[in-house]
Design a binder for this molecule. Structure first.
Ligand code: AMP
Ligand code: DBH
Length: 580
């Protein structure tokens, strides 16, 4: 199954080389339509560097790299890892924060045909162990210390736990003490000088081979790895850059973790590179940091998850930063409440673009010229005329147009299978190759998607289905509520009931007032949350989406505490648990 074109002749076959295969007829169609252009990401970068050589490609901290420099840095990584014995087709876990070296490592490995596996900085021992085990990684690239966390401990433990891991590579300021260690090695030991690059055995990988493995954001413990090919990914990147109207004058700001699929490809920094634009790396999405960079670098487009967008809206008034360069704020990764969506342009002066995507493939965008209603009320339409969308009921039967159902999709940049995971593949793909997204959606008359939530987040309250997002929309419409998340709580009688976690703006709004508010908005009684818990903040996933899973866990803990203790104490939260 390995792709021999990526292997130096004479070497032993490389175990576990990922593949991604579409049926030949579909592949032929995608090539004919010009989606798959038969170009590797390494060659694509080379061509960008030739066209935009002296322009700035990447800004991070005090570092500014031109396109030519980025291309050279990628070469040094490619040559360096090959020289150190890492072979094309082998996997390398890359866990780096928003620093320029991420680009060099990612693009260098891909150029050499070595397959990066992208972890997020928030991942810890359990996740990294799992990602390394599932991918059979031979190396792990990480920072020394980032956000007060010492990754070197993680690196040492991984080397012991995973027999396949031969190299633990440290990027960053503390490389000197890393070099003293028997296990950790500095990135500099994996770089070759310009002079050596020309003699390195860099063999351009086949464009139909797998360039890297993305992580599925799946909420279960074990990672699913998503093999994306050069051809399919570059198509989504090029088409996204066009949809987002990027030009060489664009300045794209990365505030989310750079390795996530959204800031990587929708259009992300790869879209910016495709267009000859500049990418600015922000170490944090915090308004004081991000706003300063927008002003200093004259940023034109940025991508946020809803909690970050909300934070920016709330902070705008308190900041004197000049945000006048910002033309587009993309928001995606989770449902953006229409009430919050409506505040983006009046508050930030930028056009809102909703982005509904997934690392498995399909990405939908509202278009920049769409009317306000479409932009605020929908999650956009697909990139490609050849994205096939099916909306079905629980038995895979298509629903009537406009009705809510499960979204399934197939197309020129959506995978047909996860890496070495037959069980997940049997669950997540139909027999005719559609990916079961797990999302509940409906289609508007104009062919735009409205996301109603994930099927697994839906609350089944004694047989009556409650969409958390629907109730949340009504809760945040209350002037005293800053944000709200509704999740299920196990219930002996109903099976599940609903709990709303609420962040207030200021003064306390008593639970009965909020419940009356929901009723007053004309919703069915069974949709009124059974319980309201006030909190100061929500837990986040690695990319910064609100974590419904963690909130469900918190409820279970709260309930256990209650049972164990007659006088419950829940720091930073107070709870109302009347049953309605
Ligand atoms: P991931 O598995 O991390 O790639 O996350 C993909 C999932 O995030 C999608 O299947 C959706 O459930 C969710 N998602 C992404 N963008 C949006 C959006 N704009 N609105 C609602 N849900 C979204
Ligand atoms: O949430 C996602 O995974 C996501 C969101 C927007 C994504 O992968 C994307 C755009 O490409």
């Amino acid at each position: 199954m390995s792709d021999t074109s990526t292997m130096p002749a004479g070497d032993a076959p490389v175990a576990g080389v990922p593949t991604q295969v579409w049926p030949p007829a579909d592949a032929a169609r995608y090539r004919e339509a010009g989606y798959w252009q038969g170009e590797s990401i390494g060659q694509w970068l080379r061509a960008r560097a030739a066209t935009y050589a002296g322009r700035t490609a990447v800004v991070g901290g005090d570092v500014r790299w031109t396109y030519a420099r980025l291309d050279r840095e990628a070469d040094r990584v490619a040559a360096g890892f090959l020289a150190r014995g890492v072979r094309p087709g082998e996997r390398v876990v890359v866990q780096l924060p928003n620093i320029p070296e991420f680009f060099a490592v990612m693009l260098g490995l891909i150029r050499a045909g070595i397959v990066p596996v992208f972890a997020l900085p928030a991942h810890r021992q359990t996740e990294i162990d799992n990602i390394a085990a599932v991918s059979g990684a031979v190396a792990y690239v990480m920072p020394a210390v980032h956000d007060k966390f010492d990754y070197r401990t993680l690196g040492r433990a991984l080397r012991t736990a995973q027999a396949t891991v031969r190299h633990v590579v440290v990027v960053g300021a503390d490389v000197m003490d890393a070099a003293d260690d028997g296990v950790l090695e500095p990135l500099s030991a994996f770089l070759r000088d310009d002079a050596d690059v020309s003699t390195a055995r860099i063999v351009d990988p086949s464009p139909s081979s797998v360039a890297f493995l993305q992580l599925s954001g799946g909420s279960t413990g074990l990672s699913k790895l998503i093999p994306r090919t050069h051809d399919d990914y570059l198509y989504s990147v090029r088409a996204s850059a066009a949809i987002c109207e990027l030009t060489p004058e664009s300045v794209y700001l990365v505030v989310l973790p750079v390795a996530h699929n959204f800031p990587m490809s929708s259009p992300g920094f790869l879209g910016a590179l495709d267009a000859g634009a500049c990418t600015v790396l922000s170490p944090s999405p915090a308004p004081d940091v991000a706003f300063g960079l927008i002003e200093r670098e004259r940023v034109t487009i940025a991508a946020a998850v809803p909690p970050v967008a909300l934070m920016w809206l709330e902070a705008r008034d308190m900041s004197s930063a000049d945000l006048s360069s910002l033309e587009v704020l993309q928001v995606g990764g989770a449902k953006l409440t229409p009430a919050v969506a409506a505040r983006v342009t009046p508050t930030l002066g930028a056009t809102l673009q909703q982005v509904f995507g997934m690392a498995e493939g399909l990405v939908n965008y509202t278009r920049l010229g769409d009317d306000t209603e479409t932009i605020c009320q929908t999650q956009g339409r697909p990139i490609s005329p050849d994205d096939e969308l099916r909306i079905v009921d629980d038995h895979d039967v298509p629903v009537a147009r406009g009705a809510v159902g499960h979204l399934q999709t197939r197309g020129p940049y959506t995978i047909r299978g996860y890496y070495q995971n037959e069980a997940a593949n049997a669950r997540s793909f139909t027999e005719d190759g559609f990916y079961r997204t797990g999302d509940l959606v409906s289609l508007t008359d104009t062919g735009y998607l409205v996301v109603h939530g994930r099927a697994t987040d839906q609350i089944n309250r004694g047989g009556e289905k409650v969409s958390p997002e629907e109730v949340e929309d009504h809760l945040v419409a209350h002037p005293g509520v800053r944000d709200a998340v509704v999740v299920s709580v196990p219930d002996d009688y109903l099976g599940e009931r609903a709990c709303a976690f609420v962040i207030l703006r200021g003064e306390r709004v008593a639970p009965p007032v909020l419940k009356a508010w929901i009723r007053g908005r004309g919703l069915a009684a069974y949709k009124v949350p059974d319980q309201i818990v006030y909190v100061d903040a929500f837990p986040f996933t690695g990319v910064g989406k609100t974590s419904r899973k963690d909130l469900r866990g918190a409820l279970r803990e709260l309930a256990a505490q209650r049972n164990a203790d007659a006088t419950p104490s829940a720091p930073a939260s107070s709870s109302d648990s009347t049953s309605s």
